[in-house]
Design a protein around this ligand. Sequence first.
Ligand code: FPP
Length: 236
Amino acid sequence: MENREHIPTHVAIIMDGNGRWAKNLGKERYEGHIEGVDSVRECIKAARRQSVRYLTLYAFSTENWGRPIEEVNALMELFCKSVIAETDELVKQGVKVVMIGRRDRFSERVCAHLEQIESKTAQGDKLTLVLAFDYSSRDEITTAVKAIADKVLSGELKSEEICENTISQHLYTASIPDPDFIIRTSGECRLSNFLLWQASYAEMYFPQVMWPDFKQDEFDKALEVYAMRERRYGKL
Ligand code: FPP
């Protein structure tokens, strides 16, 4: 895979199957999430090694607040612990972390950790790790439409000037290229409110493997699948 054309610039992953992985092994769901953090670590290394420039991970959806409070708290705690444990290594690897999603529903402690990881890794220039946290696409698009409507109302923007780029520039992902390749683990074949606007021309891949088993070898296998795809963008 030495041809750069066959390496996706941006890989986005829906990390699914933590709970089922744990259940299959007679463990608690939480243990699936813990092993899932190891897969995050492995995929970052693989992405770096393969010269992928952007890796987006769907870490917590706006719908995930509907899970039992114990699981929501456990995920928040795991996130804070991971920030503390991993930040130095991310800085060493040249990884810049960017968060996308709402910021108004987290505790002060979680917000402080989000801000800390973004500021400490801001100089990273090898890989941008985009963490979708309290994210959903419909929420993102609704927020963008409101911001655009406000600009039209204030006269900053004329409605006839609105084009696709106007929408893109008002999304959380304004500074990030669209994903080339979207992976969802655990065999589920749907996008579940993830990057719906940005996914217009993305290739998709739905391996059966559960997220805690998606390590570097699975990431490499996925990129081999991508390299075989022919992308035509609606042309011949
Ligand atoms: C989906 O599996 C997974 C999640 C909702 C959480 C993913 C979070 C992690 C892997 C931890 C990420 C941490 C960092 C630091 C980014 P599921 O619980 O829906 O599994 P199931 O479908 O089998 O129930």
